[in-house]
Design a protein around this ligand. Sequence first.
Ligand code: FAD
Length: 496
Amino acid sequence: MEKFDVIVIGSGLGGLVSANILSKEGLKVCVLEMDKRIGGTLQSFAKEGVMFNTGLNYTESLGKGEILNRYFSYLGIMDKMNIQRLDMDGFDKISFGDDNIEYPFAQGHENFIRCLTQFFPDEEANLRTYIHKMGEVCNRFPFYNLDSDTVSMQALGHQLNVSDFLKSCTANTKLQKVLAGMNSLYAGIEGETPMYVHSLINYSFIKSAWRFVNGSSQLALQLARGIEANGGSIRTHMKVVALEGEKNVIQRVRLENGEVFEAKKIISNIHPSSTLRLLSENMVRKSYSNRIFALENSVGMFTLYIVLKKNSLDQFNFNYHHFPNSNVWGTKYTEENWPEHFLMYSPANTKSGKYANGLIVLTYMRFDELKDWQNSNRSNRPQEYYDFKQRKSEKLLIVLENRFPGITKNIKSYYSSTPLSYRDYTGTPEGSAYGIIKNADNPLLSLVAPKSKVSNLLFTGQNLNMHGILGVTISSVLACQELIGRDYLINKIRKY
Ligand SMILES: Cc1cc2nc3c(=O)[nH]c(=O)nc-3n(C[C@H](O)[C@H](O)[C@H](O)COP(=O)(O)OP(=O)(O)OC[C@H]3O[C@@H](n4cnc5c(N)ncnc54)[C@H](O)[C@@H]3O)c2cc1C
């Protein structure tokens, strides 16, 4: 039986960053991944020669000295990334209904205020307050400000929800909507999502916004190279089906293929409720597992991957967020008014040059729409499922054409995915895009600590701290500090 210091279950970003940190520290680490490829939602794939990302459109704060740059530099991957900065005066453009105005999200806090003030001339002071309040929140948050010693979970104490927060910044309802325009990055729910979720994301993206050239899977690849160079191993086609143990300690990790591994510590990169379901009976109290099982997950995504006709559409270096019904809080859509929002971008690649060769269009989709097919898997979906996807694709394309007349004539072919696709390829319950929902009324309730109630089991990944590239990287630091010490680790990262 093979023995390790640490077994990491899952090779999503959370698993790979954790394995990278711990193997750097000389621990014997093994990552077990159920899929044939590593990366989880970092995976990219090619269709008809066009590279598409499955779950990473753009990322934040990669400028020199900025927070994600410092983490990536510490991990030894920053200078190996092929990245491109999105447009300075509008990395995101927000539009509503039939109105042709595109409200820009510009990079740099002062630039952001300047660009939006052109559309809202009386709102400069309010925009300044908005940025200032978000900065205050971020600076109090553990690991979002490496140089602060005042980091504390007090930041999660009293919380406004994001819609009330925006109302507290400005009485201008149009500006409130514009400021909420990036909320598909956190599946924002009106009156519910805490303002800290909005702030951690918006503040960091407004600092600087970037996309990966030739696919987000390069991030997984570089992290994996680091792990292997440090002596760690990554094994694919290795689905963990049981964590066997007694008296609160995992003794064996059992795989679907019958193999059994041992490790002193286990880090789970998969959803906490999925992890608890792998444990032998009575290893944790029912009250603990019931609390975790009861946590609700965010909505999933329906995605169109569009292959464009050659030289038909100019490449663009920003993302569109469009709200056809002018409702910015679109997670609670009905069948009739779906989609209430879409995010469209063109994946960056070195092949396309002046012209875009593909488009990705994402919108929300709840798992309840897919209930009829929940017992199917990737190899045996019934025809009705494909018909459903086709109907949804056509409806989304009509909304796209309304916003950009003529755009659909550039389409050569298209493919689609649903939350069911995500459930089956990453194991995420209900194919949720961003994991456990956070609620402003009780922010601590939805918080999962890296230390589980099993003595040698830790959690990492998007369900801990925050989802997204920055949030998940931080979740790995949170898990690893439990093994190698917080001050020791943070002081190492602070050098970058
Ligand atoms: C459509 C979409 C768009 C997104 N866009 C952005 C964006 O633009 N910017 C951004 O920052 N974030 C974005 N995100 C969020 C971001 O991609 C995720 O928060 C992050 O990648 C999640 O990483 P993770 O490590 O927590 O989990 P995952 O990526 O889900 O990885 C979990 C891994 O565990 C494996 N696994 C599961 N069960 C087992 C098992 N039993 N045994 C072994 N292995 C197992 C899975 O196969 C998978 O590889 C997006 C997400 C989605 C879905």
